[in-house]
Design a protein around this ligand. Structure first.
Ligand code: 13P
Length: 259
């Protein structure tokens, strides 16, 4: 982390877990573990049906509510979709885009990811843009070229003034839900490369100030080491964000309890 130049963000991704009725007990328990002041943004990206509960109960605990997906369209006949305007209307501040699960199970390609990023920015929601390589790509030494492609595609047509509202999350697919975390060196290497790509695209200042998160089996035990890497500015956490005690430990690993 480099707290001088950029925001630290700890974002949970609940995926398709938890009921709306679980939100209040979760927040109540989380609050008991958290320091009063935090220097990181604490975000929970919850299922769409839990957003209103999270907005209501998370506020006191300074939890910023995020969504997990958004439509690439403005409005209309897109049954089941939720638009960026609808998310903004109820108070959603962050939204995950291009998660590898959506890319894999819903054939979400880079064009769609880019369109979603644009819709979110138009509606004043911070996109958390996920990129990451498969195990096969890593083994074939294709990690950096794949990341390079994904970043450039996701940010295609995004102005410098919009970039400052974007967050990037490096999530190696082989580390998601597998318990197999990237080593801190691997996480740092790719997050550093992502910053170098942003530097090439937008210049040194924006590259220095964009927050880049690591995701993939981050937990209470390994968070401190991952977050200690200079180019890792936070985490995108799946499984461990479902357990208040574990999620709180990750938040504390940002050093937030020193305040
Ligand atoms: P896990 O932390 O469960 O590996 O999930 C990571 C993830 O996909 C967050 O978006």
């Amino acid at each position: 982390m480099n707290t001088k130049y950029r925001k630290t963000i700890i974002a949970g991704n609940w995926k398709m877990n938890m009921l709306a009725s679980d939100v209040k007990p979760f927040v109540d328990e989380l609050k008991t573990y958290l320091p009063k002041t935090r220097s990181c943004d604490t975000v929970l990206c919850v299922p769409a049906v839990n957003i209103c509960s999270m907005l209501k109960y998370g506020k006191e605990a300074k939890i910023i509510c995020g969504a997990q997906d958004v439509s690439e369209h403005d409005k209309g006949a897109y049954t089941g979709d939720i638009s960026a305007a609808q998310l903004n209307d109820i108070g959603v501040k962050y939204c995950i885009v291009g998660h590898s699960e959506r890319r894999a199970y819903y054939a979400e390609g880079d064009l769609k990811v880019n369109a979603k990023v644009k819709k979110l920015l138009e509606n004043k929601i911070h996109p958390i843009i996920c990129v990451g390589e498969s195990l096969e790509q890593r083994e074939k030494n294709l990690t950096m070229s794949h990341i390079n492609y994904q970043i450039r595609a996701a940010l295609s047509g995004i102005e410098l003034s919009e970039l400052r509202h974007c967050v990037i999350a490096y999530e190696p697919i082989w580390a998601i839900g597998t318990g197999k975390t990237a080593t801190s060196e691997q996480a740092q290497e790719v997050c550093c490369e992502i910053r170098a790509i942003i530097r090439e695209m937008y210049g040194a200042r924006p590259a220095r100030s964009i927050s880049i998160l690591y995701g993939g089996s981050m937990n209470a035990k390994n968070a401190a080491e991952l977050l200690a890497q200079p180019d890792v500015d936070g985490g995108l956490i799946g499984g461990a964000s479902l357990k208040p005690a574990d999620f709180a430990e990750i938040i504390k690993a940002t050093g937030a309890d020193n305040e």
